[in-house]
Design a protein around this ligand. Structure first.
Ligand code: MSP
Length: 492
């Protein structure tokens, strides 16, 4: 039986079009999903869109469209973006789908029945212009509205509460017993401090606007957008009765940006505890991208659209850049200069040239035919080292991938690529050709061919189209098929 691997991205809000921040999480998840599939796992990769809540309702009003029409159009935009960026998800869940709303209502009723949700009065911080209540969880800057930045004021409203405080100790115990539950470590420390400061029951319904899942039996209220959206991770699997749920839950890893770790590491596990189902095995909060040193925002007009970028440079260089430039837990900066630099050095020079030079030589010296078996014949220390590294690299990559260390995995692949380029310079095969040292020349070509095959395999989760092109050029049964350069150099 194949081992299962269930991974998720957050569901993106549809008040905005996808940008490289959204693409980052989704590409990372796609790379991981493809890698695990390649390693023989039965993978289920879920993404989707978060379509309820005040923000979205207002965004639709702003566009003078019906809310449903607006969210339909915006969700389509995410699907198109992911198609273009070669994202091979297994499921795309929209929170306005019936299959999801039903689960939200069923969970709400169940938690009401067992006393984990109760009706009360909410006294909280309210942003008048946005008509939104905010909780401690939402604040970024003092008590200012996280949406518009204006001061909030105290207001009272009837609401339903989820008994979050009740789960405080259980949560702390879970963190203690499962040291890898939340990564990276810095985020975990932050969350532990937050929990230890004391959790309050959470208001999980709203009455100020109508756009949400209706509270069963109380039509004045809609379910709070986070309570609604978090449930997607199980509703997509058909919780509670579907086979899929039994097969894939608990999630093996849930990816997200650092700003929403609190929701996933506190509220989400508490809901799961209340439902008495296992918690995800791992939650990972990655860093944030700035653009040319500045926070990305619509008002600044510096939002990077991955589709525009891919039109100009191709999809794989974007996928590569985002995962190579910074370690997955750290913040990063996207600048055109650093993008072009990496494109030219890592892609055009390193991997592109290695393929090109090697295939040119195999063409020239052996009429496009490579004798695979020769690679065991090692003549010198250089060959022994290269063959050794070719065998070693997949193991190193596997370790890094299991730690979600994408940049380190790529660095390990590029160590092999660079070693192979150096090998060509050190072995000087053109001299062997001139001297008629055919057997030795054949071994050198065969060693390089092996490096390229291994490389094609290892880069395939990161750059699927590039890997495919490499495979075509490397051919079958030792008959190569040299094609266009993988990455034509960019002029700066
Ligand atoms: N709808 C919620 C999530 C609900 S999950 C049950 C939400 N949506 S969002 O549209 O704001 O998307 C947030 C996610 O987009 C972040 O967690 C992160 O994955 C990604 N990013 C958005 N901007 C980003 C950057 N500037 N940099 C990196 N990732 C960022 O929150």
């Amino acid at each position: 039986m194949k081992r299962k691997y269930y991974l998720t991205t957050p569901l993106y809000y549809v008040n905005d079009i996808p940008h490289i921040g959204h693409a980052y999480t989704t590409i990372a998840a796609d790379v991981l999903a493809r890698y695990k599939k390649m390693m023989g796992f039965d993978v289920y990769f879920l993404t989707g869109t978060d379509e309820h809540g005040h923000k979205i309702w207002l965004a639709a009003e702003d566009k003078k469209e019906t809310t449903q029409k607006f969210v339909d159009k915006m969700a389509e935009g995410f699907k198109t973006a992911w198609r273009t960026l070669d994202i091979a998800y297994d499921d795309f869940l929209r929170t306005t789908e019936n299959r999801h709303e039903q689960v939200v209502q069923a969970v709400f009723s169940k938690l009401m029945e067992q006393g984990d949700i109760y009706k009360g009065e909410y006294e909280g911080w309210y942003c008048v212009p946005c008509e939104s209540f905010w909780s401690e969880m939402d604040f970024i800057d003092g008590k200012n509205c996280p949406d518009c930045g204006r001061a909030t004021e105290i207001l009272k409203e009837e609401t339903y509460f989820f008994k979050l405080a009740k789960y405080q100790d259980k949560l702390l115990k879970h963190f203690e017993a499962n040291p890898d539950f939340l990564q990276p470590l810095s985020r975990k420390n932050e969350i532990l401090q937050f929990i230890k400061r004391g959790l309050k029951d959470l208001s999980v319904t709203r009455t100020a606007f109508p756009w949400g899942v209706g509270v069963p039996g109380d039509s004045k209220h809609v379910v709070y957008v986070w309570f609604d959206a978090l449930l997607n991770y199980i509703s997509a699997l058909g919780y509670p009765d579907d086979e899929k749920f039994k097969q894939y839950w608990p999630a093996d890893v849930q990816l997200m940006g650092k700003e929403i770790v609190r929701f996933h590491a506190v509220i989400w596990p508490a809901i799961l505890m209340a439902l008495n189902i296992p918690l995800p095995k791992k939650i990972f909060g990655h860093g944030w991208w700035t653009v040319e040193g500045k926070k990305m925002s619509k008002s600044r007009g510096n939002v990077v659209d991955p589709l525009v970028l891919s039109d100009g440079f191709g999809v794989d260089p974007i996928r590569y850049f985002l995962l190579r430039e910074v370690p997955f837990g750290s913040d990063g900066d996207f600048s055109m200069a650093s993008f072009i630099k990496r494109y030219n050095s890592d892609l055009a020079n390193d991997i592109g040239n290695l393929l090109n030079r090697t295939l040119t030589m195999i063409d020239l010296y052996f009429q496009s035919e490579i004798q695979n078996s020769i690679c065991d014949t090692q003549f010198d220390a250089l060959s022994i080292a290269l063959v050794g590294l070719t065998k070693e690299t997949p193991k190193v990559v596997d370790q890094h991938m299991n730690n979600l260390a994408f940049a380190a995995a790529l660095a390990a692949i590029w160590k092999l690529i660079n070693k192979a380029n150096k090998y060509i310079e050190d072995e000087t095969p053109w001299k062997m050709a001139k001297a008629g040292e055919t057997v030795k020349l054949q071994a050198v070509m065969s060693n390089l061919y092996d490096v390229l095959q291994t490389t094609a395999l290892l880069v395939s989760p990161f750059m699927p189209a590039t890997a495919e092109s490499m495979r075509l050029q490397l051919g079958v049964k030792g008959k190569i098929n040299k094609g266009q350069p993988l990455f034509p150099r960019l002029q700066k």
